[in-house]
Write a protein that binds this ligand. Structure first.
Ligand code: HEC
Length: 163
């Protein structure tokens, strides 16, 4: 009886600690991620991103009617040096697979993810929820705007080849 009570007390204490820890880590995410989960099925996040949230540093990315091969090549080089440590095209790695990222996200989203990573992690519900899956924050890789635009062109070409 006595040991039982002790065990119970220890167990309750332990659970409380775990619960508090988890609460701290996840409290910020709960509501927004539930929304994102529903939205993912109906493609709503993409729609939401299309409305260009006020926190987007890059408001508009103009894509040409066709892919610019030189720009894409330049972007491929930047991608190899700066992104492949964490991203593959076809499978999850440290971060999500990016081969088809432009099929699920807007070019503006991708540009801001590269150029203003901190703000996106802070403000964008889609990114904030990804943190739960990838358990680390993507660092700002200090890519300049031209190179970021080139990476978008490159990812466009990669997505295009996957059709
Ligand atoms: C040190 C690891 C790391 C590097 C380097 C990195 N990323 Fe990421 N990236 C992540 C993680 C992790 C996520 C998931 C979001 C999070 O947890 O911050 C992510 C998310 C993304 C997303 C959002 C994907 C989606 O499905 O919405 C894009 C776009 C992206 N990264 C592009 C890039 C590009 C382009 C580069 C190179 C310039 C790059 N990343 C370099 C770790 C990295």
């Amino acid at each position: 009886m006595k040991t039982n009570r002790l065990q119970n007390a220890a167990l309750t204490g332990f659970c409380l600690l775990v619960w508090m820890g988890m609460g701290l880590a996840t409290a910020n995410f709960l509501t927004s991620c539930a929304k994102d989960g529903e939205g993912a099925k109906s493609d709503a996040p993409k729609e939401a991103v299309k409305q260009k949230p006020e926190y987007y540093k890059v408001k508009e990315v103009k894509l040409g009617a066709t892919i610019d091969p030189a720009l894409s090549k330049q972007g491929g080089k930047v991608f190899d040096v700066t992104c492949t440590g964490c991203h593959k095209y076809d499978e999850r790695y440290v971060g999500p697979a990016l081969g088809e990222v432009l099929k699920r996200r807007t070019p503006e989203y991708v540009m801001n993810m590269i150029l203003d990573t901190e703000t996106m992690i802070d403000k964008d519900d889609t990114v904030r929820c990804m943190l739960q899956t990838y358990l680390m924050k993507m660092p700002n890789m200090q890519v300049d705007e031209k190179d970021a635009r080139a990476v978008v062109e490159h990812l466009r070409e990669v997505a295009d080849k996957k059709k």
